[in-house]
Design a protein around this ligand. Structure first.
Ligand SMILES: [Zn+2]
Length: 300
């Protein structure tokens, strides 16, 4: 009798709308309410400002980058509902290599020191999009998040999740290691948006507080091209809070020159109204460096 009474109370409260849903439905817009009805599992762990069905487009668990043929418009807008992320490791984050140019090629993530067997955790809520061996990256987990970002955890020694698993922020996902092309054990952490690698430190501070630099960040092309950065030192960060600021900066950003047959540094400098010293300094090359056809140079 007592339990029947409780059931009636609960049903009455639900019908009257008093029962507190985990999500404040007043904050949801009409589109979001539709999603809530249609897909409660997606809504459970979402970031309210960014309600999207993250499996709707380019969801492929077999390839590292399913966005290969997608045309991306710059600047890219990123939104975060929180001011911090969950650290992918428990120890202090010691960065051993940054996003940028390294040994004549691009390094599209940030390397964080660890010991093989250390636990790895997801930085945000999301769904595992890829959990398998990838050339160079070794054992790799890619998690897609509700604001459109994908975080990549590479060189792992063990998977604790599989593709299509729903993940909570801070959830244990595997062990760190040195699988694939890694000199010593470390976590290669990549931050991608629709297949485009983003300079991780432009978005996140890798200190103790795990700060996200802003709730809204506009990404210009500069923060997605490894050859504009040096993997040995952090680039000077200037964040854009509005689309207009980002568009202005985008126009001003450095030119990229592709080396052609017969080019020399002096000829390139002359044609581009700059100096050999400036080209060498910007591109971390020596004036005696041999240029290769097709090589990209940044012209300031
Ligand atoms: Zn790396």
């Amino acid at each position: 009798m007592k339990s029947l009474f409780s059931t009636i109370i609960i049903i009455t409260m639900t019908l009257c709308g008093y029962c507190q849903s985990p999500i404040n439905s007043e904050k949801l817009k009409s589109k979001d309410t539709f999603l809530l009805k249609r897909s409660p599992t997606v809504i459970d762990s979402l970031t309210l400002d960014n309600v999207i069905d993250i499996k709707a487009d380019y969801w492929n668990t077999a390839v590292f980058n399913p966005y290969r043929n997608k045309k991306i418009e710059f600047p890219i807008r990123l939104k975060f509902s929180d001011s911090s992320y969950s650290s992918p490791i428990t120890r202090n984050k010691v960065i051993t290599s940054r996003f940028g140019w390294r040994n004549g090629r691009g390094h599209h993530g940030i390397d964080i020191d660890l010991i093989t067997g250390d636990s790895i955790f997801s930085m945000f809520d999301g769904i595992v999009r890829f959990a398998k061996y990838s050339t160079g990256h070794g054992k790799t987990i890619v998690i897609r998040h509700y604001n459109g970002l994908e975080t990549v955890y590479a060189h792992l020694s063990k998977y604790a999740v599989k593709a299509n698993d729903t993940i909570k922020q801070g959830q244990y996902i595997g062990h760190g290691g040195a699988s694939g092309n890694a000199r010593g054990s470390h976590l290669h952490l990549g931050i991608y948006h629709q297949g485009i690698a983003i300079y991780p430190e432009y978005l996140f501070e890798f200190g103790k507080n795990n700060n996200i630099r802003a709730k809204e960040i506009w990404i210009t092309k500069k923060w997605t091209l490894a050859y504009l950065h040096n993997s040995k030192k952090q680039s000077v960060l200037n964040l854009f809070a509005t689309k207009k600021e980002a568009q202005v900066a985008h126009k001003r950003e450095k030119k990229i020159y592709t080396v052609k047959r017969g080019d020399t540094l002096s000829r390139i400098a002359l044609r581009n109204n700059t100096s050999i010293t400036s080209i060498c300094k910007t591109n971390y090359i020596k004036s005696s460096s041999v240029l290769k056809i097709g090589q990209k140079l940044i012209i300031k």
